[in-house]
Design a protein around this ligand. Sequence first.
Ligand SMILES: *Cc1c(COP(=O)(O)O)cnc(C)c1O
Length: 393
Amino acid sequence: MTAPRLVVDLDKIHFNASTLVSRLRPQGISVTGVTKACMGDPRFAKTLLRAGVKTLGDSRIENIETMRADGITAPMTLMRSPMPSQVDRVVRHADISFNTELDVVTALSNAAGQAGRRHGVVLMIELGDLREGIMPENLEEVARKALCLPNIDIRGIGTNLACLSGVSPDSRNMGELSRLADVLENACGLVTSIVSGGNSSNLQWALSGADTVRINDLRLGEAILLGLDPLERLPIAGLHTDAVSLVAEVIESKVKPSQPWGKIEQTAFGYALENVDLGTIGQSILAIGRQDIDPEGLTPPKGIRLLGASSDHLMLDTSAHPVKVGSEIAFQPNYSALLRAMTSPFVTKEFMEADKEKSSPTDFFLHSHAGKNLRQWQYGLNCLGVVETSFAK
Ligand SMILES: *Cc1c(COP(=O)(O)O)cnc(C)c1O
């Protein structure tokens, strides 16, 4: 096994996805499974589809191409306005794209014509978060012009909140989106079949018992992967919050003073935070750094404290839990740390699936994963956080 590595437990992902699909179904809301944080990994995508997700969504055409190349035929949505330079790839591989610019929709129509296809468009509406979107008062005009394009089907509307400005989904902005769906139908004679309310941050509202009116789709990434509600970053009841872990290897373990000495100026990443003088501490270095993770986004095992990170080193206070060089430590990444680890070529990705053999709780105290099956080893990680491996592997 190589370190560092991201370990994704697909059984827990399946559980989280199918739980959310069945909680939203009574509200008349279906789930678009968002694959971008896993770079469109087909093993992740297929797990979502098995869990009852009907559509896959990604913000990068490259990830959609990865899934298509693997033979996945499910409907796929490009959830970012296409780059004009990529419209040929978009109409070839994505069924639908999210759009806010008529010029782009025109380019998509031309590309679709050349490819002998039609392309679905969801018009994104600005409802206050100030990321993407057509201003509500301009929607009708944009829709009328898009309707004149020969190879485009307007499939619906959507919005995205709580991304850039933290604007929460509520009955007011979701009611506005529902109203705009009616406007499109009445004024333009369109069937607004998709009314996509937003991302994981919509779950609280959608499951609050509020009238969800015409919202019939949510695009879920973080809730499935991390079991968290992005509004407050609190666990969503009943979901696994430990489906993803990040494992890194210890390359130095020493007792050192907790305070630096010498004249202090900037570090490689600005000024260091001053910390409390704790005398000498057990300090360990893991072979992973800012190039691979967002250090602020890692939760270490109990008893281990993060001290800081440079490009290639992550420093820990391991006084309470001395670790040997060559041992491995598992962290829970937040969304930011997960994204960066997933896109680092230095981090191996491991997607684990059901193992028929059930492990017993005694397996938690593994001191070496050599010869053990992956499932037992994963239980060891989640419960203990530290896996001791023999130095000479
Ligand atoms: C990334 C993304 C999502 C998924 O967001 P999560 O908070 O991870 O659920 C939904 N919609 C759009 C447009 C996105 O880019």
